[in-house]
Every structure is written in C-alpha cells, then in structure tokens.
Design a protein around this ligand. Sequence first.
Ligand code: PLP
Length: 476
Amino acid sequence: MTGDAPPPKGLTPDEAEALAAASRHATAYRIAVTARPIPAAEDAAAAFARFDAPLPASGIPAPQVIDDLAANALPGLTQFTSPRFFGYVAGASHPVGVAADHLVSAWGQNAATSHVTPAVAAIERVMGTWALDLLGLPPDCGVGVVTGATVANTAGILAARHRLLARQGWDVERDGLFGAPAIPVLIGADAHSAPAAGLRLAGFGSGRVVAIDTDAQGRMRPEALATALAACASPPLVILQAGQINTGASDPFAELVPLVRAHHGWVHVDGAFGLWLAAAPGRAAQLAGVEQADSWATDLHKWLSAPYDAALAIVRDRADLTAALSLEGAYLPDRTAHWDPMDSVPELSRRARGVPAWAILRHLGRDGVAELVDRHCRLAERAAGALAATPQIAVMNEVVANQVIFRCGSDGVDGDALTARVLARIHRRGRVYPSHGEWRGRRVIRVSISGYATQAPDIDLLVEEVRAALADCAAT
Ligand SMILES: *Cc1c(COP(=O)(O)O)cnc(C)c1O
C-alpha cells in the first residue's frame, strides 16, 4: 500500500474554506442586523460602481471571492431580516430556513423528478401536505412549489383556463387560444397586480377583465359579483383575494363562492399572505368558505418567513394543475405513485426550494405557526391603537390582519405631501422601515408585520419613530 495517494476529497481546502467563510459571514450578518440602519447605505449607482470591474483574466481564490462578496454587498443590502422591517409584505428569512437552504445548495439536487431526487420530492410533498393542513384546504389538492405568488397565481389561472375550456370542448394545451371560446374573467377592483400579470401571461389580456366593485376595506361586494355573473355568456374565471395588501381584509368567500358555483365558474384565490390567517384558530373565521375555491396562490416567503423565493400553487383537482403545467401536457401517464415536482410547476430544472419551508414548519410546529400569525395580528392592533392616538395621524383601515395604513396631516395641511415627507424622514432615521402606499387615491404609509422575530418593543419603537419623524417635519 505504500506510495498510494489518499483518495481525493470532494472539496479542495480552498473550497471548504469558502463554504466555512460563507457560513461565518451569514451568521455575523444576522447577529449584527439589528444594529445596522435598515435602508441600504448606498444607492444602485454606488453599488454598481463597487462591483463594476472587468472579468478577471485569471481566477481569484474561492475564500477571497466570498470574503470580497460579503464586504462589498453589505452597504447595498436593505435589512429585510430586521424585526423592525415593516415594508411591502416581507418575511424575514427564518434562520432555520436559511440553514436548510445552505444544504439545498450544497446538495445541488435538480428537483424535477422523484426518481432522481427522491428525498427532495418526499420533503416537498410532505411540506405541501402540512401547508394544506395549516391552511384548512382539502388534503388531496395538487401543490406546486414555485418562486412567488405571482407565478402561483399564474399557475392557478392556467389550471382554470385548462378546465373551463375543456368543459367547452376545447383543448387549449394542444390548440392554443386562437379561435378558442371566450372565457369571462372577473376580479375585485382592489386586487393585487400579480393576478393581472398572470392573466396577461395566460393570454387573457388585462383589457377584457371585469373589475368588481368593493367595499371600504377592499372586499368584493356580493351584489356586484352577482350582477356581473348574470352578464356572463359562459362559465367565468373569478379571482378572489385573501388579504388585501393595504387593509389586510379578505373577500367574503362564503357568500361569493356559491354565486360562482351557480354559474359553473372557477374560483381562484390570491392569498399571498392572507391565506395564513387560517393557521391561527382565532383569526381563521374571516376566511370562512375559502376552502370551497378551485385554486389558491400563497407565498412561503411572506408570512412564514421562508427565505426567498418560495410559494405554493394549489389546485383542488391535481389533474388540472398537471394538465396545464406538465411538459407532457394533459396526456400525462398516471404518476400518483411517483409524485414528480416537475409536473406541478412551470420549470423543469429547479432548486429544491420547498426544503427551507419544510424546516421552518417542522421547527415551528402547528402551535408555532398559529402563534406567529396571531402575534402579528395583535401587534398590528397595537400599532394602530398607538398611531390613532397620535395627533395628526389617521389610521386608514380596519385592522383585521397584519396590515396597518396611516396618513399624516390635519386641517389646512397637504396630507399627501406631509405623509411623503414623514416616510422619507423615517427612512433617513433608519431604525424602522414601513413603506409607501396609496389607498383610495391618497398617499399612505403602510406597515406590514410579517417578520418571524417581530415583538411588541419593535412596534413601540415604530410608533416612537413615526412620532419623532412627524415632529421633525413640523419643525422644518
Ligand atoms: C405579494 C403579493 C403578491 C405577489 O407575490 P410575489 O411573491 O411578490 O410574487 C400577490 N398578491 C398579493 C396579495 C401579495 O401581497
């Protein structure tokens, strides 16, 4: 045996050091995140200048690439993972999910088929089943793990397109949309722009879509839907919403879905964040009837704080999802014995993006998810109460979920201008980060509470910062 070289290791020392360095940088970033101002310290031009270098003629050692990356990215990072980030509707990349995501990249699985990557297919399948259980949806729905609610909405719309046209004798996967029967599309006037993008991608266009009247909180009015349904010449696609982005309000599903059923239509629900209200027993009643829909879209990277990017496309009859998305179209052989991820998503090759959500759900458990959702709703009530008690601030929504919108101003003051100045001042101070919005034609500041770590002191600091910014603006 003398003289035999040891078998080669899978990593060179340099490569192993790069992985270790990435882990050290990740941990250091997350430990220090609460000490950093939340907005990025530099703008897009400065960040570009920092990275704008010629491709190196010869390679740079792996650990140095990672060290340079961490150092040069830092000034251009917004602290989405801070418990005091209240912008958009964003999760905070739960550390358990981030840890699992390291493994996903290290394993390098192409998550297309159960034959080649049985572990990934099993984990994503179980994660989907857990999610259906938490969301109160039928356990045998088809579930696709996709990048975000925009794609999840698109997948639901494509499944609806398949079924509604098939019922009229049209095979859209084979024959396309040229010459196909028209399908009416109805959507709430306060819907998110994501389903509209899905409708464009699905060939429905956005100009033919009928907007249905909503109430003061953005919920679809049943009588307006009934009127629009009566005018439909064929069974429609109706897009409802759980969780309006400004108000957090959900459509009255128990009233709306039966109306659509009576017209043999398809109900799709955009529940990017709002669908998770079902996971908190004290909050679920506002979604009553949502489980009667045909398809649903929800994010994992919002209320569940899965690392970007992950979402679920859920369809009651899995065959409609696979017919619309599988590479093999409607002629898919029965694969129930082999749950192939690629049959339920638009991609063929993709990362195992459902694994981090599996880890987060396992870590939190049913009680943990319920606590998370309920806590965020209670914190929204706390924020709204304190803000409403502040002179010159008006809370603009009924707080029913994790969203609060408010506006600054009083008689004789240009409220839109003051609200914009106050938000800019809050961002410049850097300790909390709500974002801008518009509601009923007026500028608002929007507070979304969806980071896993956010607690009452973070909300109290938010209120303090709003008051301080308002005082700053009044003084200048
Ligand atoms: C965020 C959001 C979307 C879009 O989700 P992405 O994950 O950004 O693609 C769609 N609908 C609603 C209600 C949302 O809040």
